[in-house]
Design a binder for this molecule. Sequence first.
Ligand SMILES: [Zn+2]
Length: 249
Amino acid sequence: MAVTTTDAVLLRAHAYGETSRVLRFLTRDRGIVGVMARGVRSTKRGHGLATFASGRLTLYHKATRDLQTYKEFAVVSPRRGLGTDPLRLAAASVLADLVLRHGGDAEAGDLYDALAGALDRLEGTPPAAIAGVLLREGWGLVAELGYRPELQRCPLCGRELAPDEMGRFDFSQGGVRCADCATGGEGPRIGPGARLQVGALLAGAIPDDLERPRAHLQLLSDFITYHVAGSRPLDTFRILAALLPPEAT
Ligand SMILES: [Zn+2]
């Protein structure tokens, strides 16, 4: 058993017995790590163990077991602002859920930096802008995980889509089918405007005309369900959708 210390962000915590917690972190050196933190509910050892906080995690590591043993978490960035608004909290939970569901125990430096940056940006976002920021950060993490969709070229025939062409998302191909190949596809239709918007979000920009984010959130949720979550949508998307203000029709 080795003592090891790594950068970590706490993604989820649940009570275990009277005094302990099971914690799930994304770590820089070991990807997703679960730890059993004994006694932290009753002593000051548990101070700072707030969801979405990041810092330096020290644990006793043994390769053959699922849950490692907690030693210490020295918080660097508590991110308390994420919990001050229900919608912001729900958006942060979607990002955490996406990373947790993807899993993996390999070194995860780029993913770690992407998630930490996304949570920092979300923390500073006013409620009215949260849906747009979540879409940008969500597509950014999807791309970081290796599932960036192809929006310009039809994955079936290889033809470049015209600027005004109606296409159809094909999740299994990771792209948008052209109008000629759209028949028989099962994914949602996507018009030229929405296709441009997804492209902008993937490039790190939030389009000015993103007035009705629900359809975009549904698309992101469906894409994540297909590629990452494995047939069942992330519960956190449903919670987020229930908190969004209604859209004019
Ligand atoms: Zn085609």
